[in-house]
Design a protein around this ligand. Structure first.
Ligand code: NAD
Ligand code: TYD
Length: 349
């Protein structure tokens, strides 16, 4: 509530955003700087393959924004940033975020960043008396659904892949910090995001990018796996609501209830781009591939009054338009240091 009052009255507050050079983090920084002219944001990001300062073009000139290149899993880096600033809140987006990478290259870096990194931030937040800690988690911690039903905040955690397991581990560390040490921490669990600046390793930007270049679109298994899609801006709006007025120690599910099979998503993209379905290539399935995710977001709607602004169709159109209008961003991201990444990633599929 303290933060709600501060933000609503336009009182200056300083937030540490981690992973702010990635997809959702950069959209969140943009969203917050537009919504609250008095806010100060420090972005801590180590700039992995997924971190790109170009995602913050325009923002980096704002005197209320600062960038610190640092690793959340290094106590030295975390110590440095907390000793140079006094933060009102921490929003932790920094993570290794791709399921396929956690399967192909092993979970070590996921454990280090997603679990250890979160713990170091929690410790530093506690020691420096930060008023609120928001942990950005995912629906994947709940595991997979059968043909019916959806995940609620009380669904038991049952992660099925290494990425999801490390995100669940972090959620438990947040819970323990709140319970044992009284840290004012809240966890958000959102469904699959899409929108501008998403690294083209995830389904929607990969399919858009490949279709734009008339390359094959690799669909895993039978393509009937279902994800619950949300536009990144609606996710940012929900995180803002939780930051301001979520209940300490609680979990909030976030989702727009657009659950769509992957094959339908891919066909929609091809249709919008006027490309043939012959570009679709069914490839070997992801090991242990979760069949269906669907989020029940009743709690955040009822308690915090959050609602998404975008329909799936509008959001897909806007996203495709963004990639069409930002071909040079896409080209830079897909070439150079990322080229070998793509080769190794899809080899053998
Ligand atoms: P992303 O991979 O685009 O960005 C992650 C960012 O974290 C990058 O900028 C990277 O450089 C940074 N980072 C990685 N390791 C770091 C470290 N050790 N120290 C500092 N920075 C580090 O990911 P995203 O899709 O923007 O996801 C952001 C968060 O949202 C993640 O925590 C993810 O689990 C969660 N989430 C993502 C989705 C989705 O659909 N993308 C859905 C729900 C939740
Ligand atoms: P992804 O974007 O990797 O997100 P997540 O695994 O976190 O849900 O994948 C979304 C869905 O799309 C998932 O069911 C796997 C599938 N998929 C493909 O069929 N082909 C691809 O090339 C990719 C990257 C994903």
């Amino acid at each position: 509530m303290v933060l709600q009052n501060q933000l609503d009255r336009g009182v200056a507050m300083k937030i540490l955003v981690t992973g702010g050079a990635g997809f959702i983090g950069s959209n969140f920084i943009r969203y917050m700087m537009e919504a609250y002219p008095d806010i100060e944001i420090v972005n801590m990001d180590i700039l992995t393959y997924a971190g790109n300062l170009e995602n913050l073009a325009g923002i980096d000139e704002n005197p209320s924004y600062a960038f610190f290149r640092g690793d959340i899993s290094s106590s030295e880096d975390v110590g440095k940033i907390f000793s140079s600033h006094s933060f009102d809140a921490v929003v932790n987006f920094a993570a290794e975020s791709h399921v396929d990478r956690s399967l192909h290259f092993g979970p070590q870096v996921f454990i280090k960043t997603n679990i250890l990194g979160t713990q170091l931030l929690l410790d530093a937040a506690r020691e420096s008396g930060v008023a609120r800690f928001v942990q950005i988690s995912t629906d994947e911690v709940y595991g997979s659904l059968g043909p019916e039903g959806s995940f609620s905040e009380t669904t038991p955690l049952a992660p099925n892949n290494p990425y999801a397991a490390t995100k669940a581990g972090a959620d438990f560390m947040v819970r323990a910090a709140a319970h044992s040490h009284g840290v004012d921490a809240v966890v958000t669990r959102c469904s699959n995001n899409f929108g501008p600046y998403q690294f083209p390793e995830k389904l929607i930007p990969l399919m858009i990018a490949n279709a734009m270049e008339d390359k094959e679109l690799p669909v895993y298994g039978d393509g009937m796996h279902v994800r619950d899609w949300i536009h990144v801006r609606d996710h940012c709006k929900a995180v803002d609501a939780v930051l301001r007025s979520g209940r300490p120690g609680d979990v909030y599910n976030i989702g727009s209830m657009y659950d769509v099979p992957n094959l339908e998503v891919v066909r929609t993209i091809l249709k919008h781009l006027n490309k043939p379905e012959s570009l679709i290539r069914f490839v070997k399935d992801r090991p242990g591939h979760d069949r269906r995710y669907a989020m029940d977001a009743t709690k955040i709607r009822d308690e915090l009054g959050w609602t998404p602004d975008n329909t799936f169709d509008d959001a897909i159109q806007k996203t495709i338009d963004w990639y069409l209008g930002n071909r040079s961003w896409l080209e830079r991201v897909r070439s150079g240091k990322y080229a070998s990444y793509y080769e190794s990633m899809y080899m053998g599929r």
